[in-house]
Design a protein around this ligand. Sequence first.
Ligand code: DAH
Length: 327
Amino acid sequence: MNNDKKNIENILFQINKCNNIKELEFLRIKYLGKKGSITNKINKISEVPIKKRKKFSTSINIIKKIVIKHFFLKKNILENSFQSSLKTKDSDFTLSSKELSFGSIHIITKSINKIQSFFIKLGCEIIFGPEIESEYYNFDALNIDKNHPSRDSHDTFWFNKKFLLRTQTSSVQIRVMESKKPPIRIIVPGKVYRNDSSLTHSPMFHQIEGLIVEKNISFSHLKWIMKSFLNNFFKKKCKIRFRNSYFPFTTPSAEIDIFNKKTNKWLEILGCGMVHPNVLKNVNINSKIYTGCAFGIGIERLIMLKYDISNIRSFFINDFRLLKQFK
Ligand code: DAH
């Protein structure tokens, strides 16, 4: 009995010493939790010899009751003192809280999303293709001759003689035309890679490819689509011109220049054209029945122009001063 008394005193002393609810809860688990020492003793009542059992069980249950009662009393005291401490003059609830900083969607992703929603309204499906591509899809099937200089001008990253990091999203045109019959209306957003680095060139950049193959698609459709797209992207009526150009997979081919009022200069912004009959032939589409138009947009270039950004690397070095502006 003496031992029991000491035991209770010790527990009550510890309860009293608690300064907060967390400490109190720790003690509660220590004594009354599933593996707590009081619970343990109660669980072992049946193992106590019959003669001593009644006495043992009465005393341990009394201990339990006393301890529980004191836990509740102490809990009440601690909770009340916390409430009242909130009301003292020491607390100033008018102080502003710590500012949390939130991330935001990158301007490239944001722009791609916007461009996508423009083309979805024109009935285009969004398609993705592999970044590791074969020579066939990236060059051969696009009517790019084995010795054509454009293969060199793309500064390709080769894995071996057959596989490479795609240099253009145009490769996906072929993949889609192989697996689908016209009418086809798609855009292909994605990363492309070229071994080239400067203020305006990065080894990885983003393109959006567009392809429409239907009956009676003409260059005037392409012109209307490109004009509407650029006005929508720049949120104003843009002054543009179509300049005669050359891409092996389109004929006729054009580059679009946009007039930059600040510099008083024309700036080349994207390539487009009517899908070359050889390309249609490579994917078994009858060019006498179907015609197609295509375009390739360089995303970084358009964003740099829209927001007057001079260094393409600013997109990729996580400079908060740039990123924050596009929240
Ligand atoms: N693939 C070309 C490039 O990366 C861009 C391009 C030009 C795509 C004309 C097209 C096109 O679909 O018709 O330089």
